[in-house]
Design a protein around this ligand. Structure first.
Ligand code: ABC
Ligand code: CA
Length: 475
């Protein structure tokens, strides 16, 4: 699937070991650093749960064979400690199971994104004690940079020293060598074909020299969205010359700090978005507020209104929305590995408040894309702030206006006015609160301006005339 097609999707992020077991158990305990029994078969059986929230694609954790046994950080349940890139991690199922998963997704019109690691392998032991003969195919030390610990202030060190530490070391491949590059190119081409993979989430992108990526992406022939774990917006424009799709880490930090704390103002968020937009193509980035590496939002605040605002803000931002499993159940795990809870303990509750919220938001986005994209150019339209004050912000993206606040559940709402020039509404336009207002109808004044009540929960506005066929508010 091309990048342009991926920009219309919304992605549900899965840690395969923690999503669903083959036996469908919802009571099995999960020791947080052990394999807990999630499989491709279990996932196939729970695709309704994901599609029911409106997601059109899943990103699954890395699939290849990893180091076996226990380490000081537990097992390789997450999949980032590869030892043999030509075999699958059998804890998650067989080759046929993965082929079946891909087919099951495609039968629903959904897409498969697989997490790919080319920067390193994984070894249970210190950097100077690695037994290279364990690795396939890179089975001697000549394929690797010499061991050193990363100094994050030095770009060359970031590229050539080793992630991990001396308990579990991550031998860093000489990705600059042409034979390693061609091995990876052949490998990814075959992997994509064998499992009918539609997209890749690419790990540790900033740890590999930039000019590795164009050739790798071309060999894969599919879209890749890379992880450059950096909150600095200034570096994204240049990275996009090599890999257009990237995780929007700057936005992650702004949304997190703004919506987790009622005493923060909207300034950093609004200014940040403007800065990033001036430097990078935000429509090609992946937007998220949680993943398997970061503290969950609910570990910062248990406030449900704040969680709703943070989720609504990200799902309606520029780029591809990505929701990490468990977010919809308000899971609250903190630092690694505690944010990797087994989802099944939620009983896959489709009635939970956040599950329902996500379903509505995806419905809004999917409707706009399907019925209105040609007209409104939703994907390419870069969202902008049509109103902001210290505790609320209204963002317009094409036909959709979202109104968000960080007042929190205890805060009292107030009325704001979105001006006619900014709203894009015609004089007298009927506008429906498709979220946060029981489908209340607001009529814009003669200039297209309108008054909206903000807070504590998010509000989404949509022109009544454009809602037909959406299933929203009974239309
Ligand atoms: C294990 C244990 C942990 C233990 C750790 C030492 O070892 O589980 O408890 O603390 C995998 C596993 C992990 C495992 C690691 C290492 O391997 O999932 O459980 O940790 O064995 C990706 C994946 C991630 C994966 C790997 C490795 C890479 O998403 O799941 O981890 O395959 C760096 C990398 C990034 C990596 C991330 C975990 O670490 O760049 O690719 N993620 C700064 C640096 C970042 C750095 C980050 C975290 O710190 O710039 O490069 O990420 O250490 C902002 C700045 C940022 C800054 C942050 C902290 O602040 O703008 O630049 O990030 O303001
Ligand atoms: Ca490297």
């Amino acid at each position: 699937l091309s990048g342009a097609e991926w920009q219309k999707q919304s992605i549900y992020q899965i840690l395969t070991d923690r999503f669903a077991r083959t036996d469908g158990s919802t009571t099995e305990q999960c020791a947080i650093t052990s394999y807990c029994g999630g499989t491709y078969k279990g996932l196939i059986n729970h695709l309704d749960y994901i599609q029911g929230m409106g997601f059109t694609a899943v990103w699954i954790s890395p699939i290849v064979k990893n180091l076996e046994g226990d380490t000081p950080y537990g097992t390789a349940y997450h999949g980032y400690w590869a030892q043999d890139i030509y075999s699958l991690n059998e804890n998650f199922g067989t080759e046929q199971d993965l082929i079946d998963l891909s087919a099951a997704l495609h039968a629903r019109g959904m897409y498969l994104m697989v997490d790919i690691v080319t920067n390193h392998m994984g070894y249970n032991g210190c950097g100077d004690c690695v037994d290279y003969s364990l690795f396939k195919p890179f089975d001697n030390s000549g394929y690797y940079h010499p061991f050193c610990e990363i100094n994050y202030d030095d770009d060359n060190s970031v590229r050539t020293c080793w992630e991990g530490d001396n308990q579990v070391s991550l031998p860093d491949l000489k990705t600059e060598d042409s034979n390693i590059r061609s091995t990876f190119s052949e490998w990814i081409k075959d992997l994509v074909a064998k499992y009918s993979i539609d997209g890749m989430r690419i790990d540790s992108v900033k740890h590999v020299e930039k000019d590795f990526w164009p050739g790798f992406l071309e060999a894969a022939g599919i879209y890749g969205i890379g992880e450059v774990l950096d909150g600095n917006p200034a570096i994204y424009g240049d990275w996009q010359q090599y890999m257009q799709g990237l995780m929007n880490y700057p936005l992650f930090y702004w949304v997190q700090e703004t919506f987790s704390n009622p005493s923060a103002t909207m300034d950093n968020l609004v200014n940040g978005i403007n800065t990033l937009k001036g430097q990078a193509d935000t429509t090609a980035l992946g937007v998220f507020i949680e993943n398997h590496d970061q503290k969950r939002f609910a570990s910062l605040t248990g406030d449900m209104s704040l969680a709703k605002n943070a989720i609504a803000f990200t799902l309606l931002s520029d780029g591809i929305p990505i929701l990490y499993q468990g977010q919809e159940q308000h899971f609250s795990g903190g630092d690694t590995p505690n944010q990797r809870e087994a989802l099944w303990t939620s009983g896959y509750n489709t009635q939970s408040e956040l599950y329902q919220l996500v379903a509505t938001l995806n419905q809004v986005r999917n409707h706009t894309l399907a019925a209105r994209n040609a007209e409104s150019g939703y994907v390419k339209y870069q969202a902008w702030s049509v109103y902001s004050d210290s505790h609320s912000v209204a963002m317009r993206k094409g036909d959709v206006i979202g109104v968000f606040s960080n007042l929190g559940s205890g805060g009292s709402g107030y009325q704001i006015n979105i001006s006619g020039g900014n709203s894009g509404y015609a004089g007298g336009e009927q506008v429906i609160q498709v979220l946060g207002g029981d489908c209340n109808v607001i009529t814009a004044d003669g200039s297209g301006a309108l008054n909206v009540n903000v807070g504590p929960d998010p509000v989404v506005l949509y022109k009544a005339s454009a809602l037909e066929g959406s299933g929203l508010c009974g239309r």
